[in-house]
Write a new protein. Structure first.
Length: 146
């Protein structure tokens, strides 16, 4: 019974720090049969922003070395995005730990500033890919997310 289930919405904390912004075009092919952007595409938008930020800070993944991986991801779908238009995405970080930090992203239409259409995030863990285990965040990453 859904009436007895707790709210399944993840919350984006207030104490986050803005680290990156970008604009993503909504493509005709992003829509589904219902005439709005498909739910899987929202996750793609979140991934695009997260990866662009990681690339910008020099944290690109090296399969033979160390780097970031996500261990979970969520998206709260608040409003329906529709073609045509562009999405203004804002990327935030917070909660640095020994081996991880949290990322959060808000998505709004560029022509509706301040109206959040979706918000999501992911826990990012620093990993040694060869050893297949988490390792402490490098000092330079800790400075950027702290």
């Amino acid at each position: 019974d859904t009436a007895t289930r707790p709210d399944m919405r993840f919350t984006v904390p207030d104490d986050k720090r803005l680290t990156h912004e970008m604009v993503i075009p909504i493509r005709w092919g992003d829509m589904d049969a219902m005439g709005h952007v498909n739910n899987t595409i929202y996750f793609r938008y979140l991934e695009i922003v997260r990866l662009e930020w990681l690339h910008k800070i020099g944290a690109s993944t090296d399969p033979q070395g160390t780097g970031p991986v996500i261990v979970n991801a969520f998206c709260n779908f608040l409003r329906q995005l529709e073609y045509p238009g562009t999405v203004h995405a804002r990327h935030y970080v917070c909660n640095p730990g020994r081996t991880s930090f949290d990322t959060y992203i808000t998505l709004e239409r560029s022509d509706e500033p301040g109206v959040i259409y979706a918000e999501g995030g992911a826990k990012t863990v620093w990993s040694d890919f060869r050893a297949k285990r988490s390792i402490p965040l490098p000092d330079w990453v800790r400075v950027l997310v702290g």
